[in-house]
Design a protein around this ligand. Structure first.
Ligand code: PLP
Length: 399
C-alpha cells in the first residue's frame, strides 16, 4: 500500500518547484509563486482521476473525515453509525464535532454488517459512515437505500481504499461525501494530507471555506474576505501537496503493481481449502493494498500470525490483538479518557460501550489476517513469500 516506497525524482521535482519560489502556502502570493499551485493542481488531478466534481485537499485524513461530517451538518448529539473495525481516526473525527460514534458489527466484508446498521438506527441518527478497510468496500448500494429511506447522509471513509471502485465509481464518490488520507503509510502520500471529495456543490463550498477559517475566498485580498460561517485551519502546505501531486500521477501504476503481487499471493493461498478470502461486495473492485483472509479459528490464527513473524513474513496484521484498529483494545474510548470535559450528551451516548459485545466481529476479526501488499517487492520475493506463507499455514493446520 505505501506510496513512500516509490519516492523519487518526480516527487523531488514538484517539491523543488515550491522551494524555488518559496511560497509554501496554497492561497495568495500570486506574483511570487511562478505559476505553481500544487494544492490546486492536486485537486484537479483528483477530480479527473476519481471522476468527481469537487476535491478539497487538506492537512490530514482525520480532518477530512471530520470535515465530511461537518459539511453534511453532523454535529452535537448526532449519532453516526460506523463499524467497530476501523482506524481510531474515524471515531476521533466524530467526537471532535461533539457527535456520537455508534459502533456496530462488521461481517465477512470486514466492513459494516447491513442488518446491524438497520438495528442501530434511532431518532438521533444523522449519518452512516462505512469505512472501506484494507482496500475493499462496504455494500454501498444497500447502505444508500437505508440512507434514502431514513433521510440520512452517506459519508464514506475511503482513507484506506484509494483507487478501489464500486459499480465503476471511485470509492469515496458513491455516497454524499467521502474522505481520503495521504498520510505516510497510505496508497499515495503527501507526507501528511487528506481530501474531501463530493459531487455536492454546497458541501464543496462548505469544505473550501471551513478548512480555511471560514474565509469565502472571494476577491484578491485575504484580509478583506468575509466569513459566512465559522471554520478552522485544516490547510495543507504547498510542500506536502507537491509530493501528493507527483504521487497521484503514479496511482494507476501503484495499483497495477499491487494487483500483480496480490494475485501471486492469492493464487498460492487458494490451494489451501481452509483459507477463505474476504468477501468483496458485488460490483466492487479492491485496490489490492492488502490480501485479507480467514483461518478456521482464533487459536490457529494467532499461531500462524506468530509463525509468520518468526519466519520473516512481516506486515501481516492480526487486528484482534492490535491496539489501533479494533474496538476490543480501545480502552481510551470506552473509559472516555479526555483531556477536556466531554458533554453529558456524548457521555450518555457512549454508555452502550460498557456493555455491548461485538461477537460477530470477534468471529471475523479473530480469524482474519490482513497482509500488506508492498510495491517494492521483486517478482522473486513475492513468489518466495507466497511459498513460505503456504508452507507455514499448511504446517500449522496439520498440527
Ligand atoms: C489513515 C486513516 C484515517 C486518517 O488519516 P490521517 O491522514 O492519518 O489522519 C482515517 N480513517 C482510516 C480508515 C484510516 O486508515
Amino acid at each position: 500500500m505505501p506510496g513512500f516506497e516509490l519516492f523519487g525524482e518526480l516527487e523531488r521535482k514538484e517539491v523543488n518547484d515550491v522551494l524555488d519560489s518559496g511560497v509554501l502556502m496554497r492561497y495568495g502570493f500570486d506574483g511570487m509563486r511562478n505559476g505553481h499551485w500544487k494544492a490546486k493542481e492536486l485537486e484537479s488531478e483528483l477530480q479527473k482521476q476519481f471522476q468527481v466534481k469537487h476535491a478539497q485537499v487538506i492537512s490530514s485524513g482525520t480532518a477530512a473525515v471530520s470535515m465530511s461530517l461537518a459539511v453534511a451538518g453532523v454535529g452535537a448529539g448526532d449519532e453516526v453509525i460506523m463499524p467497530c473495525f476501523t482506524f481510531v481516526a474515524s471515531f476521533e473525527a466524530v467526537m471532535m464535532l461533539g457527535a456520537i460514534p455508534v459502533l456496530v458489527d462488521i461481517d465477512d466484508t470486514l466492513t459494516l454488517d447491513i442488518e446491524e446498521v438497520k438495528k442501530a438506527i434511532t431518532s438521533k441518527t444523522k449519518a452512516i459512515m462505512p469505512v472501506h478497510m484494507c482496500g475493499s468496500m462496504a455494500n454501498l448500494e444497500a447502505l444508500k437505500s437505508i440512507c434514502d429511506e431514513h433521510k440520512l447522509v452517506l459519508v464514506e471513509d475511503a482513507c484506506q481504499a484509494i483507487g478501489g471502485t464500486y459499480q465503476g465509481k471511485a470509492l469515496g464518490t458513491y455516497g454524499d461525501v467521502g474522505s481520503l488520507s495521504f498520510d505516510f503509510v497510505k496508497t499515495i502520500t503527501c507526507g501528511e494530507g487528506g481530501a474531501v471529495i463530493t459531487n455536492n456543490d454546497k458541501y464543496a463550498q462548505f469544505a473550501d471555506h471551513f478548512s480555511d477559517h471560514g474565509h469565502d475566498h472571494i476577491g484578491n485580498d485575504r484580509g478583506a474576505e468575509s466569513h459566512p460561517f465559522l471554520g478552522y485551519n485544516f490547510r495543507i502546505s504547498e510542500l506536502n501537496a507537491a509530493v501528493g501531486l507527483a504521487q497521484i500521477k503514479r496511482l494507476s501504476d501503484f495499483i497495477a503493481i499491487q494487483k500483480k503481487h496480490y494475485t501471486v499471493l492469492r493464487e498460492a493461498l487458494s490451494q489451501i481449502p481452509e483459507v477463505v478470502f474476504r468477501t468483496v461486495p458485488e460490483g466492487g473492485e479492491e485496490n489490492y493494498s492488502f490480501l485479507n483472509f480467514f483461518l478456521p479459528d482464533l487459536e490457529i490464527t494467532r499461531n500462524i500470525s506468530k509463525a509468520f513473524k518468526d519466519n520473516g513474513i512481516d506486515s501481516c496484521f492480526h487486528y484482534y490483538d492490535n491496539n489501533w484498529h479494533y474496538v476490543r483494545k480501545w480502552e481510551h474510548l470506552k473509559e472516555l479518557k479526555s483531556l477536556y470535559p466531554i458533554s453529558e450528551e456524548v457521555k450518555d451516548g457512549l454508555k452502550y460501550l460498557q456493555t455491548k459485545s461485538f461477537e460477530k466481529s470477534d468471529h471475523f476479526i479473530g480469524r482474519n489476517l490482513s497482509c500488506l501488499i508492498k510495491l517494492s517487492w521483486t517478482e522473486t520475493e513475492v513468489k518466495e513469500r507466497a511459498n513460505k506463507m503456504v508452507e507455514i499455514i499448511k504446517n500449522l493446520l496439520n498440527n
